[in-house]
Design a binder for this molecule. Sequence first.
Ligand code: ADP
Length: 271
Amino acid sequence: MRLHGSKRQVGDDRAGTPGESALAVELRGVRRQYGRGSTALHALAGIDLALGRGTFTAVMGPSGSGKSTFLQCAAGLDRPTAGSVRLGGVEITGLRENRLTELRRSRLGFVFQAFNLLPSLTVEENVLLPMRLAGQRRDRRRAADVLARVGLADKARRRPGELSGGQQQRVAIARALVTSPDVIFADEPTGALDTTTAAEVLGLLRQAVDLLGATVVMVTHDPAAAAWADRVLFLADGLFAGGLDRGSAEQIAARMAALGSPAGAMAGAAA
Ligand code: ADP
């Protein structure tokens, strides 16, 4: 079942303690250029974006439209050529590498297509890893809590190799939740899963937003996956070409098809 909680809005007093930004993610004039001069390629050509806490956003676009570059820049894994990125109210653009790494570990969660669990560690140790890396006390009760939330309370002592793909991705979601991050970035989180398992994983991300107030930004090429989000943003040639709120998989697929043609991209930008 798809759960719809009330979306937190900018300025909503549930958004955090006083002084804490109500925005989880804010990009202003973000550009990412590869190469220079006549061969320069603008992977991101000026991205403006403001996402409130407790929202689930999907980013879609044709291959080469800039989705990976967007995610890398928004998550502080790559540095924009110009513009600013704020995460949980913190300007990350000028941060030194060690400070950025620290921020990623303590304030961001990641879910990848390939799960990226450490095979030699138990499920519990994998979930606790972000705390360990961030130099925080390993809170085993917290790990047990997030594992229970993803339905894996009884798998804490197993190793990733003993679990199915869907279960491994659920461990990755527990790992992403354990530090209560400002934002969870998901990169094609269901790309390696069958349809039924994919729906389970997306349902968990949806619940994290609705029940825990998590903020999720997910890059996907799959309209069925994007339909779990509150809002879908369409990228074309490094620019946002419109958005769709609470769209069905069919509506999202139709917009994607339109984006594939130059006329469709123009229509999307005008929307
Ligand atoms: P998507 O994820 O939507 O397929 P990408 O963000 O990977 O798009 O790429 C956007 C554009 O930037 C593409 O034209 C791609 O070829 C180019 N690009 C991405 N990474 C690099 C790089 N490291 N060097 C040069 N060009 C790149």
